[in-house]
Design a protein around this ligand. Structure first.
Ligand code: FES
Length: 133
């Protein structure tokens, strides 16, 4: 769930696997919150720092790459790319907190630097803004 001006709330029916860019396990859990403002001091997790910025992390989005995941199952894997996005693999529903925006995917690149113009998706702005995490 994409929280307005807040983190990505990740919830699974089974454990979600969170890996670093080297494929090492960070966490396996059914629920956690990932930073998407780029400012957390506890990256990749949210530490509430987003409260210090004003109204820049929209929850609304459209998605031209929506996929039908009907009947698909399997674990969700999120890889935290070095100084870049969250790479998501597995059947996933991405939705805004207000429920207005919603898509389904088997793969997605989600912004964690806070600068994408296509939030919650990555548009490679992390390179221009020199995101370091
Ligand atoms: S991580 Fe923000 S644009 Fe890629």
């Amino acid at each position: 769930m994409v929280r307005p001006n807040g983190p990505l709330i990740c919830k699974g029916n089974t454990d979600i696997t969170l890996l670093n860019a080297d494929g090492e396990l960070i966490l396996k859990d059914k629920e956690f919150a990932l930073c998407r403002c780029g400012l957390s001091r506890n990256k990749p997790f949210c530490d509430g720092t987003h409260k210090t910025i004003k109204g820049e992390l929209t929850q609304s989005f459209t998605d031209k790459r929506e996929e039908d995941i009907t009947g698909l199952s399997g674990n969700l894997i999120i890889t935290v790319k070095t100084n870049a996005m969250y790479s998501v693999t597995g059947p996933v529903t991405i939705f805004s907190r207000d429920g207005v925006s919603k898509t389904t995917r088997t793969k997605a690149a989600l912004c964690r630097c806070g600068h994408s113009e296509k939030k919650p998706f990555c548009d490679a702005k992390h390179k221009q803004c020199g995101f370091v995490a």
